[in-house]
Design a protein around this ligand. Structure first.
Ligand code: F6R
Length: 612
């Protein structure tokens, strides 16, 4: 939630900050702002709306200053408007701050400051924090640096902040606790950002700041300290992101690029890990703890949203192939419900961004009870990747569209590889089943490419349903989590109300919704529940519902019943979610476009949910 970017160096800061904000806009886009150091004072320019609105507003008001901070917001405290947008100035105007996170005790701090005569313009916790820093500096006659450190020791909550000071044109101070922050080390210049995307075109050398670390960045060097001001030796890492991965590459939207990029991203995920001909499946990231997985009495999977759906698919696969009982939990529930976790229990945490606050907190809770945590994460170097004991990256490349697509199929690919490896080591699948599944998995990118060929047909179907107000998604077995995922994709980007259900559950309530206006999407590929789902389709048809069915190629039986069919290639049923989700991603994309929605930045959402 919220993107922050800051620059100090020898170039004009404004264009670097605006471009950086555009890269970070997926994190929040209800308002944006910059603050530039100028001799006459800190020049703060803010605007409600997207970064483009800020750019248009600020372009002729920004100086050539070489020190500045900038922010794109996803509102937590106070409505999205010009006043609540960041940066915020301290009461005396001497300090400016950008902040990602939530200061939980800001009410009591604000009350204290009120009593001392301070007034506030905005409704934000951030303005309270910067005035608190100013007050501590002035009351105790502290240096800027000591004032930041002292005030942070009194703050409860999560933050990634950068503060600049009117009295020092050569310095900025950054700190993090619970919200991500990366520092880019250039040649005579430094960058700070919520992730590496604004930095990558300038330098590949970065430091991922850890929780409760503070960076004091000067034009001529930097220091990292802990909250007791003890110097730390930072670990400098090399970025492995290419600039092209952050651009649309000729597609209209990032989401479309990411949907069509799946044959490649799934292949990237398997590259160097899977070789069916040689019967090789190597997951370096789980080597050390592989035995623990093999001997696990139970596995608990944690995630949110789409990642939780990937976890549900994994539950079916792990139980099927490895015969290990699996529980899949919303991280947000797990962390607050006193779960039964024992020393040595196995947890798999799934996250695209690697920054989801609930998932991170659930991991810490599990670790505090002695669990071993595996991460299935896309963002390299992210907080979750670093908090877990071991894990496997998706290698799907940056996912920028807010709706998760290629990360979902990457997650399924990694989780399937884990299940195959464990099943094989455990002996719960035969040699020949193992070999066949390796070949099947290896052929998935090709089959996903074929599933993408349904795009034209899906556009025609989308035109017929674009004005729907409700939609049901039904599937059984492996395709039930796919139904949930299809419904989530539709609602989040087209704002059509959609529900996913196990098809057989329809009779226990949702069937009452069905009439001639209700589109029902069935994921009805030929698998072990095929006959059953045909009966469910008939139940919908006899109540005049409109059926759109995702089917296996040449399925004439469902074609006779359904209003529309979309054919996809077949595979082993455990791998079908990788294929059957593709038309659902396309369906939601095209419907949303036809309704005039912003698919890459749907309303109220952010890519990285770093607040609970
Ligand atoms: C939906 C979507 C979200 C995320 C969820 C978890 O398209 O993207 O539901 O899946 O916010 O995010 P990560 O995977 O980053 O932990």
């Amino acid at each position: 939630m919220c993107g922050i970017v800051a620059y100090i160096g020898n170039k004009p800061a404004f264009p670097i900050l605006i471009n950086g904000l555009k890269r970070l806009e997926y994190r929040g886009y209800d308002s944006a702002g910059v603050a530039l150091y100028e001799n006459s004072g800190l020049n703060v320019l803010k605007k409600e709306g997207k970064v483009a609105a800020l750019e248009a507003f600020a372009v002729d008001k920004a100086s050539d200053s070489t020190l500045g901070i900038a922010h794109t917001r996803w509102a937590t405290h106070g409505a999205p408007n010009d006043v609540n947008a960041h940066p915020h100035l301290s009461a005396d105007g001497s300090l400016a701050i950008i902040h990602n996170g939530i200061i939980e005790n800001y009410h009591s701090i604000k009350a204290e400051l009120h009593d001392k005569g301070y007034a506030f313009e905005s409704d934000t916790d951030t303005e309270v924090l910067v005035t608190f820093i100013q007050d501590i500096r002035d009351t105790h006659n502290l240096s800027f640096e000591d004032a930041v450190i002292t005030s942070l020791s009194k703050v409860i909550g999560a933050y990634a902040i950068v503060v600049i000071n009117q009295d020092n044109p050569d310095q900025m101070i950054a700190a993090r606790k619970g919200s991500p922050m990366v520092i880019g080390l250039g040649d005579g210049e430094y960058f700070i950002a919520s992730d590496a995307t604004p930095i990558v075109e300038f330098t590949k050398d970065v430091i991922y700041l850890n929780d409760e670390e503070i960076a004091i960045i000067q034009r001529d060097g930097y220091r990292i300290t802990n909250t007791s001001n003890v110097p730390l030796i930072p670990s400098i890492q090399k970025l492995d992101i290419q600039l092209e991965a952050l651009e649309k590459g000729g597609y209209e939207h990032f989401m479309l690029k990411e949907i069509f990029g799946q044959p490649e991203s799934i292949a990237d995920c398997m590259r160097g890990r899977l070789n069916a001909r040689e019967r090789k499946l190597t997951l370096g990231g789980i080597r050390e703890y592989a035995n623990k997985l093999v001997n696990a009495e139970k596995i608990t999977i944690l995630g949110c949203g789409t990642s939780w759906h990937a976890g549900l698919v994994a539950e079916y696969i792990l139980e099927d192939i490895c015969r290990i009982p699996v529980e899949v939990e919303y991280a947000s529930e797990f962390r607050y419900r006193n779960p039964v976790i024992k020393e040595g229990d196995i947890i798999i945490a799934i996250s695209q961004s690697g920054e989801t606050a609930d998932t991170l907190a659930a991991i810490e809770l599990a670790k505090s009870k002695g669990a071993i945590v595996f991460g299935v994460v896309n963002a390299v170097g992210s907080s979750i990747a670093r908090a877990t004991h071991e894990g496997a990256y998706l290698h799907a490349g940056p996912e920028i569209g807010v709706a998760s697509t290629k990360a979902f199929t990457g997650q399924l690919t990694v989780l399937t590889m884990i299940a195959l490896k464990v099943g094989y080591l455990k002996g719960t699948i035969t040699e020949s089943q193992y070999g066949d599944l390796l070949y099947e998995l290896e052929s998935i990118p090709k089959k996903v490419a074929q599933a993408l060929e349904t795009d034209k047909r899906i556009q025609e179907i989308s035109a017929k349903f674009k004005d729907a107000t409700n939609c049901l998604y039904l599937g059984r077995g492996y395709n039930f989590p796919v139904a949930l995922e299809g419904a989530l994709k539709l609602k989040e980007i087209s704002y059509i109300h959609a529900e996913g259900y196990p098809a057989a559950e329809m009779k226990h309530g949702p069937i009452a919704l069905i009439d001639e206006n209700m589109p029902v999407v069935f994921i009805a590929t030929r698998d072990s529940s095929y006959e059953k789902i045909i009966s469910n389709i008939q139940e919908v048809k006899s109540r005049k519902g409109k059926v759109i069915a995702i089917v296996s190629q040449h399925d004439e039986e469902i074609e006779r019943m359904a209003d529309f069919t979309i054919e996809v290639p077949s595979s082993h049923e455990a791998l079908m979610p990788l294929i059957s989700v593709i038309p659902l991603q396309l369906l939601s994309y095209h419907i949303a476009i036809m309704r005039g929605c912003n698919v890459d930045q749907p309303r109220n959402l952010a890519k990285s949910v770093t607040v609970e």
